[in-house]
Design a protein around this ligand. Sequence first.
Ligand code: MGP
Length: 298
Amino acid sequence: MASTLPASAQQANKAALNAALAENPDNSKHKSTGDDSEPGEIQEVDMQAQAEGIRTVFSDPANFNVKHPLYSAWTLWFDSPATKGRNLPQTPSTAFPQTPLPQTPSAASAQGWMEDIKRVISFDSVEEFWGLYNHIVPPSQLPQKANYYLFKEGIIPAWEDEANKHGGKWSIQLPKEKNRGNVDKMWLYTMLAAIGETFDPYLTNADPSDPNPQSLITGVIVSTRPQFYRLSIWTRLAPSLEEDKLRERIEVIGRHFKTNVLGYPEPQKLAGPLATEVEFLSHKDSEKKGKTAKKIIV
Ligand code: MGP
C-alpha cells in the first residue's frame, strides 16, 4: 500500500530505519532458521532482538536512531539589528535547499524585505525541533527589534509569498515588563501548536473527499520591540465579510491561540497600555497600515 506520509517524513523514516539496521547488522539475518530459507517459508522472527535496535530519544537522549516525523517540515528564520547586512553561516542541508524567492511582480518588494532575514535551519522531526530549541536564544534574551519566524518549508515569511498573499495574521502584543517571565513559554507553546498542527482542526477533521487537506497555518512569529513582545500566527486566507465559514475557521484558530496556547480565559479582556487583544488582520490591511481595517477580535 502506498504510504500517506509526506515525502519529507518518509525520508526521515527511511534514514532512521537505515540507521537502526546499520547499528544492528545481525537483525537483518534470519537468526532462527538460518539464511538458507526458501521464499514463502514461515520463519520465526525474534521481535525482542528487532526492538532492541530501536533507540528513541526517550530511551537514549544522545544516541537515538529513530525520529518522530512531523506532518510538515519547517524552517526557522531570524533577523535582528545585529544580523542586518551580514551573512549568517548557512547550515548545509542537501535535504532542504534554500527556498527561492517568489518570481512575481512583487518579488522586488519581497526581496527587499527578506534581505535581512536569515534562514537558520530546516527540520522535519520532533527530535530535530528539540535539538534546535535547546540551542537557540529564547525571545526574552533577544535584543530589541529581533524576530524569529517559524514557517512551513517552502514558504518565506513575507506577505508576497503565494501561500501568504491572500492571508492574514492573528497577533497579540504583550508589554515587556509584565511578560519577560512568560514570553519564552508562550513562544514555545505557539511553536508546538504550529508543528503539532493543533491550530486548525480542519486538517484532522477534513472531508474525506478532500484529496489534499491543507492547514490554514503558514507560520508563526515572535517579535521583540523596545516596549513589548508580539506573537503572530500567519494564515493562508483571510475572510471577507461574506465568508462566514472561513471566518468561523479563522476564529477557531484565534480562540485556540488565546485559551489553549497562551492560557487566557476566553472572556478575559487583554488590551491595555502597550497590550492588545488577540486580533486578526489581513495582510492587505497590514500593508495599508490598518487605515480602514476590519479586525476580528477573540
Ligand atoms: P513589522 O516588523 O511586521 O511591524 O513591519 P512593526 O513591528 O509594527 O514595525 P517595526 O518598524 O517596529 O519593525 C514593519 C514594516 O516592515 C512594515 O510596515 C512594512 O513596511 C515592512 N514589512 C513587514 N512585513 C511583514 C513585510 C512583508 O511581508 N513584506 C514586505 N515587503 N514588507 C514587510
